[in-house]
Design a protein. Structure first.
Length: 244
């Protein structure tokens, strides 16, 4: 277990689009404009906690829900069963429709905005949560979204993890607030070319699509790439109109 001392924690419950409720712990750390950081597989690994520290050092307050896998350690094999248990919430194979969990994340973004008494929040999705960062830009509570290595749906064959309505609503939000940001390594096997190209076609000029040379996957955590983080920091500084 990696040492991690959040400034606050709370339990958040909200409904999902499948009619069920979900409750998860949310960790809060840092000061500044709020960013909702959505975890990736296999869980909240030590590198994810380092990312929280990096965002804090850059001047952002991070809200990080823990909804899958271990906390503070790497345990991919044991996480496989956990993934299957939340498969219906995340819907990792769904094509042409968003996961039920998107509604829970949307409510959390609104809760953070109201809790902080700010105009809006930023969101970062990674891997299995990457696509959520884009669709959440349809919501008034979200000022900007970063999709780092958006890998869903699994075995997509070029189809996206969202409906045409989801895409249209997200694009409307992006047109009003500024483009979303999507990133990947050029050789990322979990974000294959057909999925990446489909994402770019779907969002067009409303999405800044950035690629970095390499065959790794987790740009901001396990396979940390400083230029990718710098791009994310600059993106949110612009969204929150920060100077200095």
């Amino acid at each position: 277990m990696t040492d991690f001392a959040p400034d606050d924690t709370f339990s958040f419950t909200a409904a999902m689009s499948n009619g069920h409720e979900a409750t998860h712990t949310v960790y809060v750390k840092g000061n500044g404009p709020p960013i909702l950081l959505m975890q990736e597989l296999p869980g909240i690994v030590p590198e994810t906690l380092v990312l929280v520290d990096r965002l804090n050092a850059a001047g952002f307050r991070v809200y990080m829900p823990h909804f899958l896998g271990p906390f503070g350690k790497f345990a991919l094999a044991r996480n496989t069963l956990r993934l299957l248990c939340v498969r219906r919430e995340i819907n990792i194979f769904a094509k042409g429709k968003q996961s039920p969990f998107a509604d829970w994340l949307r409510e959390l973004a609104r809760h953070i905005r109201d809790r902080e008494e700010v105009r809006g929040v930023g969101v970062i999705g990674m891997c299995l949560t990457g696509a959520f960062a884009l669709t959440l830009m349809a919501d008034d509570a979200v000022l900007g979204g970063v999709a780092s290595q958006p890998a869903l749906p699994v075995m997509s064959k070029g189809r996206l993890h969202m409906s045409e309505t989801d895409i249209a609503q997200a694009r409307a939000g992006m047109a009003a607030k500024g483009p979303g940001l999507a990133m990947r390594y050029t050789g990322d096997k979990l974000v294959p070319d057909p999925l990446w190209e489909a994402t770019k076609r779907a969002f067009g000029d409303d999405l800044d699509s950035v690629e970095f040379q390499g065959d790794d996957h987790a740009l901001l955590t396990v396979h940390f790439h400083q230029p990718a983080f710098d791009r994310v920091e600059a993106y949110f500084r612009e969204r929150f109109a920060l100077t200095g």
